[in-house]
Design a binder for this molecule. Sequence first.
Ligand code: SF4
Length: 128
Amino acid sequence: MDDKCLCEPSEILVFPCSGGSNVGQIANQAGVKLTQDGMGRFFCLAGIGGHVSGMIESTKAGKVIVAIDGCPVACAKKTLEHAGFNIDEYVQVTELGIEKDHNLDLNPSNVGKAADYLISRISKRRGI
Ligand code: SF4
């Protein structure tokens, strides 16, 4: 049974891969949008990869972990799992029909597509 109370967006930690490609940066911007829309709190994946103790403890205190990867290399997912965290909500941007390239002039509708997918998932968890 899931008895987690998700009243506060700060309890939902969002970890985009923020990679050096269109899809990595779409993941990054989707994380920004989730935070700005009150659906979570953008958090520092690099701090997890760097074993920064404060980041690890703050992540342990979170109730829901959301990972956003740009592509199937799945760097955010692997980084979190390597640190011992279970991921509650997850998407790869390429799974949404967005092809990976290295053009960083992002299409806002693709950012919206990734953000909307996760907003829908998180809303169901929060019962809103
Ligand atoms: S998941 Fe893909 S886009 Fe993201 S950092 Fe890794 S290789 Fe780059």
